[in-house]
Design a protein around this ligand. Structure first.
Ligand SMILES: CC(C)(COP(=O)(O)OP(=O)(O)OC[C@H]1O[C@@H](n2cnc3c(N)ncnc32)[C@H](O)[C@@H]1OP(=O)(O)O)[C@@H](O)C(=O)NCCC(=O)NCCS
Length: 515
């Protein structure tokens, strides 16, 4: 026996008979007929033969003119001639016609005679044709896990291997061997700098570290009215864009976009420390041109020249966090850039995404965890209890890494080299967390992420906890900007779709609506 045909045709989706109208009738008459039948179109006929169509859209356009429906003829508003479909037309072809011609109703004609009407809505009501309605739609998994949304040369994370890189160079090796500005140059300009290029780059960066005067003037008020450093700095970044006259990325060339991005990356650490000091009732400290990146960062915190190891330790943390694939804040920055908005707008939104505890807002919480556990003996009972209550252990687990996070391994080494106070305890807690998670969450492959040892390193380098997330932002901004420059250079607006799961539309308005 032959298999039944799976090709669905217009005959299955059409409504029959169609609502019809004569060209000589009034708009009022045809509108009343369409409403009574609950249909979105009336086919204008000459006998049995369709000669035109009037749709809801025509009625809305007509209503907007304010003309009297009782005095206006259908012939004045109908669309003619009208395209028609045969009943045996496959729905996929009917849909293609709707899409190509941008209409939503098709009269169905057999032997020259009107037999019904098929609408885009009636096609969508056939559940089987969902893929036909959106031929290119792919249902993405929750959290967009594993979905590739762009091509990039900035870098990549290989979760299974525990490896990530910036423009082909192992990021951990870069953090181990190079100053931050070299890596910044690599990300912005595509290659590691020569000695001359490094000098030129530093000469470009230094003046940009200074806070523009109009921003410096309002910074005390911003600092005073913000609960966190991140809140004040993201407002200040927005203001830098405003006072420096940043224009939409759509309207400027690469050189100008790069200039804007350079300025924000350079001024961010200065803003962070200025806001922090103002919140402590202290005056901001000017950046120092003769210090390395991390040493200058700590200098602006205290006004004292820091221990070089601590300066380098912070800088190494900052290098490891410059970029990391399509994380939430990088994606956010690219989405904003894809609209053509200015560089400051994109960075401010990246900061917003980063501030969430599931992304960058956690490093201080990882250290809080060490405090809460308190002693090695307490680690296991504390952790078992927390996990059984459904809590997440801060500083553990990662969307992409299903093995050791290379940043955590590297920063553990940095903390050991620095002789950080909490390192031994942290290592014991790490071992216990991994063991307990393996027992209670088997198969999830949960290990320490970047945040766990980041807290230990920053704490040892005298950064207070409220500066952990801002310090993450101080270097991640370079990754955001490298991504936004790439996005702007080859842009298409990022605009995905959602599955509507509410009551089937359109529902009539409640009788008391608007009263
Ligand atoms: C990083 C993080 C947001 C990734 O989230 P994700 O990819 O959506 O992973 P999920 O939350 O789906 O985790 C998968 C499973 O592992 C568990 N899990 C993940 N991280 C966990 C953690 N830190 N502690 C306890 N359980 C954890 C989840 O409960 C889930 O278990 P289930 O299968 O029983 O539901 C998540 O691991 C987390 O919240 N970690 C703590 C916060 C943190 O350290 N953030 C900084 C990230 S750099």
């Amino acid at each position: 026996m032959a298999a039944p045909s799976t090709v669905r045709t217009v005959a299955e989706a059409m409504s029959s008979p169609a609502v019809t109208a004569l060209p000589s009738e009034t708009i009022e008459e045809v509108a009343a007929r369409m409403q009574a039948a609950g249909k979105g179109s009336a086919i204008v006929v000459d006998g049995d033969r369709p000669i035109g169509i009037v749709t809801e859209r025509d009625l809305v356009r007509f209503a907007a003119t304010g003309a009297a429906a009782a005095d206006t003829k259908v012939s004045e508003w109908m669309t003619e001639p009208v395209d028609v479909a045969a009943p045996d037309l496959p729905v996929i072809e009917a849909f293609a016609r709707f899409r190509t011609n941008h209409y939503r109703h098709l009269p169905v004609v057999e032997d020259g005679r009107l037999v019904g009407v098929v609408s885009l809505r009636s096609l969508t009501e056939l559940a089987q044709i969902q893929p036909v309605v959106h031929p290119s739609t792919i249902e993405a998994p929750p959290g967009l896990e594993g979905v590739i949304v762009a091509e990039t040369e900035v870098g990549d994370v290989r979760g299974q291997e525990g490896f990530y890189h910036y423009r082909q160079y192992d990021a951990v090796e870069l953090a181990d061997k190079l100053p931050l500005e070299d890596v910044w140059h690599l990300l912005f300009d595509g290659h590691l700098p020569t000695a001359a290029e490094r000098d030129a780059f530093l000469a470009e960066v230094r003046p940009l570290r200074r806070i523009p005067e109009p921003v410096a003037e309002v910074l005390p008020a911003l600092a005073a009215s913000s609960q966190t450093v991140m809140e004040a700095v993201r407002t200040a970044i927005s203001m830098v864009g405003a006072v420096e006259g940043f224009k939409p990325t759509l309207d400027i060339d690469h050189a100008e976009r790069r200039r804007n991005a350079m300025q924000l990356c350079a001024v961010m650490p200065t803003l962070i420390m200025a806001v922090h000091r103002l919140q402590q009732g202290l005056d901001p400290i000017e950046p120092r041109d003769d210090l390395g990146y991390g040493a200058n960062y700590l200098w602006m915190l205290t006004g004292e020249e820091p221990d070089p190891d601590k300066g380098r330790g912070v800088e190494q943390y900052q290098i490891t966090t410059i970029d990391h694939g399509f994380n939430a804040s990088t994606f956010t920055t690219r989405v904003i850039t894809s609209t053509g908005a200015d560089v400051a707008a994109a960075v401010v939104d990246g900061m917003g995404a980063l501030s969430g505890p599931l992304h960058g807002g956690a490093p201080s919480r990882a250290l809080d965890l060490l405090d809460a556990i308190g002693t090695v003996e307490n680690a296991r009972p504390y952790l078992v209890d927390a996990i059984q209550r459904g809590e997440k252990i801060m500083g553990f687990g990662h969307r992409v890494y299903k093995t050791d996070d290379p940043r955590s391994v590297f920063l553990r080494g940095v903390a050991e080299r620095l002789g950080a106070d909490k390192i031994d305890f942290a290592k014991q807690v790490e071992r216990t967390v991994v063991e307990v998670l393996a027992e209670l969450k088997p198969g999830r492959n949960l290990y320490a992420n970047v945040e766990f040892y980041a807290g230990v390193v920053m704490d040892h380098c005298d950064l207070p906890r409220e500066l952990f997330t801002p310090t993450f932002a101080s270097s991640r901004i370079i990754g955001w900007c490298a991504n936004l420059l790439e996005q702007a250079a080859d842009n298409r607006i990022i605009r995905p779709s959602a599955n509507y799961v509410g009551p089937p539309p359109p529902q009539p308005l409640p009788d008391d609506a608007g009263r």
